[in-house]
Design a binder for this molecule. Structure first.
Ligand code: IPE
Ligand code: IPE
Ligand code: MG
Length: 248
């Protein structure tokens, strides 16, 4: 289902030169949204996809160059099997359906997380979409799937330990740049703004290394209800912040 485009241009009160380069969203509250409508949780996930599609379009319209969405955490496997199965099937179907539009819209899609344990058919769809869109340049869209910040840091540490063991590098060579080059996010800049919906004041294992100096914005709105006006509010809040990065 196509979401109608409400507004094309950046709202006049937002300053283009003060937009975040990279916005990351913790899309939370799908289950609660569905429950409030008297529907099963999975309906919330379906509606959540529409909200994400509209946010991606909005980022493109307004000039945000990178968007990362947290779709499935390493802890989400602990949910009921039917919900996990539904989500995996949903990811695969949406990817297949949206590929053409992503090509038309010049979206470069990328996935971060431990992808090699996902269902094979989903892995194939992921590889195909990343390969086909790799030269697109209007916006970089990253989907965190089976993503865990701790897992990512552990994997990087293990890979670097191997390099030291093989004598390819010395322990003194390990600096932030080398470490980052072993993270899933090696091709993306750090997020400037992290938005979490549904009011929870926590990080839930998202981008632990990368969010060192990200601005955090939490809204009580549940993810399926997150729309352009909500995003506008988040960006207004971001533009009023004083990012000091430890300076005075
Ligand atoms: C976020 O919504 C989507 C995923 C984690 C996949 P939830 O499913 O966590 O919704 P709530 O938090 O239970 O309402
Ligand atoms: C965070 O939401 C993960 C995603 C949005 C994919 P959760 O619903 O899993 O987080 P908790 O359990 O409330 O911390
Ligand atoms: Mg949740």
């Amino acid at each position: 289902m196509k979401t109608p485009i409400v507004m094309q241009d950046l709202p006049p009160d937002l300053k283009p030169e003060r937009l975040p380069n990279h916005v990351a969203v913790i899309m939370d509250g799908n289950g609660r949204w569905a429950k409030r409508q008297g529907m099963p949780r999975i309906m919330g996930h379906k509606r959540g996809v529409d909200a994400l599609k509209d946010l991606l379009r909005c980022c493109k319209d307004w000039g945000v160059k990178a968007l990362t969405a947290y779709a499935f955490s390493t802890e989400n496997w602990n949910r009921p099997l039917e919900e996990v199965d539904f989500l995996m099937t949903l990811f695969q179907r949406v990817l297949r359906q949206e590929l053409r539009e992503m090509m038309e819209e010049n979206v470069q899609i990328h996935f971060v997380g431990k992808l090699d344990v996902l269902p094979r058919s989903l892995q194939a769809e992921i590889e195909r979409s990343m390969a086909e869109t790799q030269h697109n340049q209007d916006i970089q869209f990253t989907v965190a799937t089976n993503y865990g910040g701790r897992q990512e840091i552990l994997e990087a540490t293990r890979a670097i330990a191997h390099l030291v063991q093989q004598g390819k590098i010395q322990p003194e060579d390990i600096d932030a740049a080398l470490f980052e080059s072993h993270l899933y996010t090696k091709n993306t800049c750090d997020p400037d703004l992290i938005i979490r919906t549904s009011g929870e004041m926590r990080i839930s294992n998202f981008l632990l290394w990368q969010m060192a100096y990200a601005e955090i914005y939490v809204t009580d709105t549940l993810w399926p209800d997150f729309n352009r006006s909500e995003f506008h509010r988040a960006l207004s809040s971001y533009q009023q912040r004083d990012r000091r990065f430890g300076k005075v």
